[in-house]
Design a protein around this ligand. Structure first.
Ligand SMILES: Cc1cc2nc3c(=O)[nH]c(=O)nc-3n(C[C@H](O)[C@H](O)[C@H](O)COP(=O)(O)OP(=O)(O)OC[C@H]3O[C@@H](n4cnc5c(N)ncnc54)[C@H](O)[C@@H]3O)c2cc1C
Length: 89
């Protein structure tokens, strides 16, 4: 299986360009494994701090839980929507 599951993420993702497999060697400061929220954010934060990360994803960006979730901000089960809206917009 190499396609995203039928999800909101798959339907609305902006970048659909294929990223070819890594062939040969590559130099980087840090290797991040996995292109979900965790890996993509880690790579972005590293790049913004002047490091040269390489992100390796086995299938495609958002292929795992990050491309399948419900998109809900669960900010503690006792929070009402107005509290969440005030905090996150
Ligand atoms: C059905 C569902 C609904 C959810 N709903 C919500 C929600 O409403 N709100 C919420 O906050 N959270 C929700 N979650 C949880 C949330 O989606 C996850 O906690 C989050 O996406 C995890 O992100 P991640 O980057 O850690 O993992 P993932 O998104 O799973 O990313 C891991 C990536 O690593 C790749 N990978 C694995 N092994 C290798 C390897 N050896 N080499 C290279 N790449 C590899 C995988 O292909 C995958 O792309 C939900 C999860 C699911 C499954």
């Amino acid at each position: 299986m190499t396609d995203h599951v039928n999800s909101y993420y798959a339907a609305t993702a902006h970048r659909k360009d294929a990223r070819p497999p890594l062939r040969g060697g590559i130099e980087a400061d840090i290797c991040v494994i996995g292109g979900g929220f965790t890996g993509v954010n880690a790579a972005l934060e590293l790049a913004e701090r002047g490091r040269r990360p390489v992100l390796l994803e086995a299938v495609k960006i958002g292929f795992g839980a990050s491309g399948r979730n419900g998109g809900q901000i669960v900010n503690g089960y006792s929070r009402d929507l107005d509290v969440i809206a005030k905090r996150y917009g």
